[in-house]
Every structure is written in structure tokens, then in C-alpha cells.
Design a protein around this ligand. Structure first.
Ligand SMILES: [Zn+2]
Length: 509
């Protein structure tokens, strides 16, 4: 009797709940997660309602057909009571599971995958999301473009701020970092590169196919996660601190091969110089990938191992691009932008690192580069109309973000002195590494460490259109020869300008 009555009550309650909410979900207090992460420039990038801890991306890629099949498992925790949530993804999905139950899904806009779990997720609840998909990503256009680049022998997924949409579903904003496993099955006549370390040697799982397993153990932003597939010569070594150095050179570098190797092979030396300026290198692996010439048109600071278009070496050795992308490991990768409007925190700093590297190489000091840069843009040049501190979503990679960003840092250095300046750079990384930072937080830290009021300096250099007047302190710092006449061109100038022209060309960093 008792048993029966309990059973009856349970069934009655379930029926009532089903009638109330119409979808069979009991206790339906949850609400949908936001379709964006709250970025002012890119409102629908990233999502709300959950926080990802880990991505396990398992892919199979056939270079001959361009077909990509994948299963991505996302481990996350909900930050609200969740009735449904979004992922950023552009490929065709065949199934979604949430916590071991089939979920319903639909698409919205050009890159939103809307997932409704069979059961609501309580706040703080664990989410295991499994997404299966097959598509030809090079043919999937979003806003008229695909950032999955097919090459003669493989493919590249390397871009900023959008690249994940074409190969794995994600919460695509730097504010939600996670660790990654990237496992790719590819024909055994090509190699597969990704971030971090290889967990084992490539394994022949099916006849004619090898599986490559890469792992990133430090929090990593989605846009800094990459895959490069193709015929590569992979060189491995060990850094003095015991971490692996893995460099890869495309078989199609042709006449650029020697200069590419002579530049990328100096990565560890460059990182050791940068450690003196910025503090300990924040990641578990080092290296670089020289991609087929013309495949990207830019380079990107993909975490632990930047990827460079082979054309960077069309005029011979250029270590400035290596210094730039590796400086991003501190500024951009370890400390990422909380909003894309803060992009100068990445590009201004990486450009300033080129000036420091120039001095290290005896090719011009930061002050000489400051003087020449300042003089090379006449006061009426449109360059001075772009505000590095808030360039607008269409000018995130404008030259002003790079050059005027670096000018800002030199003006700051002269104002607060070398000791406070380098303490600031290192403290900034220590306080924000594996997370994000904002321009306001950087200004506050600069004021705290220098004991100076710096609002007007930052307002002038970052947020005011027009060429800033040089302060008395900056004028006093100019090299003697430069004060009376046009500044002399530093030896590093042409190489640095080539790097910036190439980086700005296709709108990546
Ligand atoms: Zn950059």
C-alpha cells in the first residue's frame, strides 16, 4: 500500500511538472546562458553561464578531401542555473551529449551552437559536453571567410580573434581559458603540430594513419590554440630549464628555408633575453612553426609555439618577428586581454619587445626607435587618429596599436625610470598570468609602483587623437644627435617595419 502511494505521488508530480513547463523538465528555474561573453567589440564572441576547465579535441583530417571529423569533449562548470547554453562553432554537428544524455541543439547567427540539455544544470554543476561533427571547414564561410586554411599538403587553423569556430566548439573568448588535449589522426605522410608537448610519439592506429597527441597544461585561450597539418621537418631539443624545444619547418619553404631556420632556431636565446626583461618564461614548452610561404600572410603567438608564414624570411634572417611573437607569451598569452579593446596590452608590448631586442642586438636603442618612429609619422598622418587604447573593432590590428603602443611604453619608461618600468612589466605578469588584465588595471599598477600620477600620460598616448607633444622628460631623454635634426634611422628599423607591415596586412598579430 505504502509503496504504491509513493509511486503514485512521484508519477503525479512528474506529470504536473511536465504540464507546467511543457518540456518534461522538473524544477525549471534555470535560465539560458548568455550568447556572448560581454565583449564591447565582439558581443557574440564567447558565452555566459559556464566556465570551461578542459577541452579534449579528437580529430581526423584527410588533406586530399579537406574533410574534418571530430569529437570534442568539454569539461565545464555552470555559473548559473542553466536551462540551455551556447557554444561558438561553425561546422555541421551530428550530435551533442550533455552529462551522458542526448541534448537537443540548433544554430543561431553565424557561429552559435545552442544546446539544450535533457536536464537543467544546477549552479556550480559539472558539465561534460560531447560534440560530434564532420564537415569541410575550408568551405564553411562566416562573414565571407574561413579561417581553416588548406595548403598543398595539409591545413592550418591559426587566426585571431576567430579560429576555433572551424575546428572545435568552444567558449571563444580569452576570459575563459582552459587546458587542452589536441589529438589528430592524419595520413602518415604528414606531420601534425599543436601547442604544448607531445604526450607520446605519433602512433600508427590505422594502417597508413598516425595519431598525434598534443597537450597544454597551462590555461590557454581558445584563439591561441592551433593545429598545423602538413609535411614538416620537426627538430627537437631541450632548453637549459629542461623544457622541450620543438621547431617545425614546412617542406615548402623553398629558398626561405635557411633564413627561417636561422631565425626560429634562435627562439630559446630570444626567450632567455626576454626572461631578463619580463620574468620567468610562463610555459612548459618552446619553439616555432614555419608554415608554407603565403599560407597565412602573418604570424601568430600561438601558446608555447608561434606559427609564422614562411614569407617573413623572404629577405633573409629576421629575428624581430620571433622576438615579437615570443614576447606575446607573456603579454597576450599568459596575460590575455579581458576585452578585445585592450589589444594594445598585447601588441604595444610585443612591439616594444622588438625595440628591446634591437638594443640587445646592437641595432638601435628603444629611445632611438622611439625618436625615429615619432618623426616618421608627420603630425597630420592618419596614423595619429587611431587610439591604441580604444581603436575600434575594425582597427584592432592597426599599425597605431603596434607603433603608438610601443611609443606609449617608452614614454612611460622615461617618465617613471628603468627600475620602476621593468618592475612594472614583471609584476603585471606575476599578478595576471594564466588570466586576463585590463588597461585600467595596468595604469593603476603603474601608478602604484612608480608613486606617480600617470593619468595624463596614458590619456595623451592611448586615448587622444593627434600626435602628442613630447614632454620635457622625453625630450631630455632623446639621444644628442637627434635633438637638433631629423633622428637617424636605427639599423633595426627596416626589419621591424617589415614585421609590422606583414602583421597588419591580413589583420592578425
Ligand atoms: Zn603581435
Amino acid at each position: 500500500m505504502r509503496r504504491v502511494s509513493i509511486r503514485t505521488i512521484t508519477i503525479a508530480a512528474a506529470t504536473a511538472a511536465a504540464l507546467t513547463v511543457g518540456n518534461g523538465v522538473a524544477n525549471a528555474a534555470g535560465t539560458p546562458g548568455a550568447p556572448g561573453a560581454g565583449d564591447a567589440y565582439f558581443p557574440d564572441y564567447g558565452n555566459g553561464g559556464y566556465d570551461v576547465q578542459h577541452y579534449d579535441i579528437r580529430l581526423r583530417y584527410q588533406p586530399k578531401t579537406g574533410q574534418l571529423s571530430g569529437t570534442t569533449t568539454i569539461l565545464a562548470e555552470s555559473t548559473q542555473e542553466l536551462s540551455r547554453f551556447n557554444l561558438d562553432f561553425a561546422l555541421k554537428v551530428s550530435s551533442v551529449q550533455v552529462n551522458n544524455r542526448a541534448a537537443t541543439f540548433t544554430t543561431e547567427g553565424d557561429h552559435e551552437l545552442v544546446v539544450t540539455p535533457a536536464r537543467e544544470i544546477p549552479k556550480g554543476g559539472k558539465l561534460t559536453v560531447v560534440v560530434k561533427y564532420t564537415d569541410i571547414p575550408s568551405e564553411v564561410k562566416v562573414k565571407g571567410l574561413t579561417n581553416w586554411t588548406r595548403t598543398a599538403d595539409g591545413a592550418l587553423a591559426v587566426n585571431e580573434p576567430e579560429s576555433a569556430w572551424w575546428w572545435y566548439p568552444s567558449n571563444d573568448h580569452p576570459t575563459d581559458k582552459a587546458t587542452f588535449d589536441v589529438s589528430v589522426l592524419a595520413p602518415d605522410d604528414v606531420q601534425v603540430l599543436s601547442n604544448g608537448t607531445l604526450t607520446d610519439v605519433p602512433t600508427p592506429t590505422i594502417k597508413g594513419w598516425d595519431r598525434w597527441n598534443w597537450r597544454s597544461t597551462k590555461p590557454q585561450a581558445t584563439y591561441l590554440t592551433y593545429v598545423a597539418i602538413g609535411k614538416y621537418d620537426i627538430e627537437t631539443d631541450t632548453a637549459p630549464d629542461g623544457s622541450p624545444i620543438i621547431n617545425a619547418f614546412s617542406d615548402s619553404l623553398g629558398e626561405f628555408d635557411g633564413a627561417a631556420r636561422a631565425s626560429i632556431n634562435r627562439t630559446n636565446e630570444i626567450l632567455e633575453a626576454e626572461e631578463k626583461w619580463f620574468g620567468k618564461y610562463p610555459f612548459e614548452a618552446r619553439g616555432g612553426v614555419a608554415a608554407p610561404p603565403g599560407s597565412l600572410g602573418f604570424a601568430l603567438e600561438t601558446q608555447t609555439r608561434p606559427v609564422y608564414d614562411g614569407r617573413f624570411w623572404r629577405r633573409g634572417v629576421n629575428t624581430y618577428v620571433v622576438a615579437h611573437e615570443n614576447a606575446h607569451q607573456w603579454f597576450g598569452d599568459a596575460v590575455s586581454v579581458a576585452q578585445w579593446s585592450n589589444i594594445w596590452l598585447n601588441e604595444g608590448f610585443a612591439s616594444y619587445a622588438e625595440w628591446l631586442w634591437s638594443e640587445h642586438e646592437g641595432e638601435g636603442t628603444p629611445q632611438e626607435l622611439f625618436d625615429f618612429t615619432y618623426a616618421s609619422y608627420p603630425a597630420d598622418d592618419p596614423f595619429w587618429q587611431v587610439l591604441p587604447g580604444d581603436p575600434g573593432s575594425g582597427k584592432v590590428f592597426d599599425n597605431a596599436v603596434y607603433d603608438r603602443g610601443a611609443l606609449t611604453l617608452q614614454a612611460l619608461r622615461v617618465q617613471i625610470g628603468d627600475d620602476a618600468f621593468f618592475e612594472l612589466l614583471q609584476t603585471w605578469v606575476q599578478e595576471h598570468k594564466y588570466s586576463t588584465g585590463t588597461t585600467d588595471e595596468f595604469i593603476a599598477l603603474a601608478e602604484k609602483l612608480s608613486g606617480q600620477q600617470l593619468d595624463s600620460l596614458f590619456k595623451t598616448w592611448l586615448f587622444t587623437a593627434g600626435r602628442p607633444e613630447l614632454s620635457a622628460t622625453t625630450l631630455a631623454a632623446r639621444s644628442k644627435a637627434d635633438t637638433d635634426s631629423t633622428p637617424a634611422k636605427p639599423k633595426s628599423w627596416d626589419k621591424i617595419q617589415q614585421v609590422h607591415a606583414d602583421l597588419a596586412q591580413l589583420g592578425a598579430a
